[in-house]
Design a protein around this ligand. Structure first.
Ligand code: ZN
Length: 318
């Protein structure tokens, strides 16, 4: 691998697929987005076509984020939400088709890798991330590497915050996804009797003007999220907790307005900084990091940051 080596970062969403060529400093050299192609064969074939089209001579590896449960060590997609690609041995298949090394992670893990390298969590090596959109996703970076557990750790939308609460898609009740997602915010707005087209910015504006109903909706949305984030802080003692997804910035703002809570657990919160680019940047950088280590599961984020020569390395205080 040479200094000019680049990687293709691919971010597969439920609706759109993004592919970009990323250099070792996390810069986007070229990019393309399109509607995602569903179904195992159609998805795989389209992916190989896209790689062939967007691959420059410098591309040395591929990193793919999948919106669902991934066995990263095996390069296997276990399930991918609305996409029917469960069971696809993606790393092996695409690696054979393109003759490039391929790493596969959950999409939120790839986004967090991007944020740790060049975004909101730049230089940190222990970070928890929640992505707030239609549902709630999550990822954990510990010691500069995504935490996988047995295979699929980081399903942070399914932390129980309201025992006996609303039924969740996962089969349990009172998960934070049922209280603090975008879907939940829409429900809270309806239940409060506000216009159904009320936006979160509208809620902040009304709250600033002294509207108690809007203030109560924001509080009901953010308070369970704080419970989930504090539980993660108790479990993982992160350098910071990042909130991404379409509503990540709004959640940080809403959390900042909650009445203070005293506990043993203090942690920094920050909105994600890279927006929709986090996944492609993280995918590309993680593929390059994995190349440097020679074997994907042993690559670590701070090591690649130091070797890249452009990125600061986080030095925890003794
Ligand atoms: Zn759940």
């Amino acid at each position: 691998m040479t200094d000019s080596a680049t990687a293709l970062g691919i971010d597969v969403g439920g609706t759109n697929l993004r592919i970009a060529e990323i250099d070792a400093a996390g810069r986007i050299l070229s990019r393309h987005a399109e509607r995602v192609t569903n179904g195992r064969d159609a998805f795989s074939n389209r992916l190989a076509e896209l790689v062939a089209t967007h691959r420059s001579p410098n591309v040395a590896a591929i990193g793919i984020g999948i919106p669902g449960r991934v066995d990263a060590a095996a390069g296997l997609v276990l399930s991918a939400g609305y996409l029917d690609i469960g069971g696809l041995p993606l790393a092996g298949w695409l690696g054979t088709a393109t003759r490039l090394p391929v790493v596969v992670e959950n999409d939120c893990s790839m986004a967090l890798i991007g944020e740790c390298a060049v975004g909101a969590a730049r230089g940190a090596e222990n970070v928890v991330m929640f992505t707030i959109g239609t549902g709630i996703g999550g990822a954990i970076i510990q010691g500069g590497r995504p935490l996988h557990g047995h295979a699929t750790a980081g399903q942070l939308g399914h932390i129980t915050v309201r025992p006996g609460g609303e039924r969740c898609n996962c089969g349990r009740q009172g998960c934070v996804e049922t209280t603090s997602s975008g879907t939940s915010l829409g429900r809270l707005i309806r239940e409060a009797g506000l216009a159904t087209d009320t936006t979160v910015q509208g809620l902040f504006a009304r709250s600033d003007a002294g509207d108690d109903v809007a203030t109560a909706v924001l509080r009901a949305w953010a308070e369970p999220m704080r419970d989930a984030a504090t539980s993660m802080a108790a479990a993982f003692d992160p350098d910071l907790v990042v909130f991404g997804g379409g509503l990540g910035g709004a959640m940080v703002r809403a959390l900042g307005r909650l009445p203070p809570e005293t506990s043993w657990y203090n942690y920094d919160i920050r909105p994600a900084a890279l927006g929709d680019d986090a996944g492609i940047i993280g995918g590309g950088l993680w593929a390059l990091a994995s190349l440097r280590r020679g074997k994907a599961p042993q690559a670590s984020l701070p090591a690649f940051a130091a070797e890249a020569g452009h990125l600061p390395v986080f030095n925890p205080q003794p």
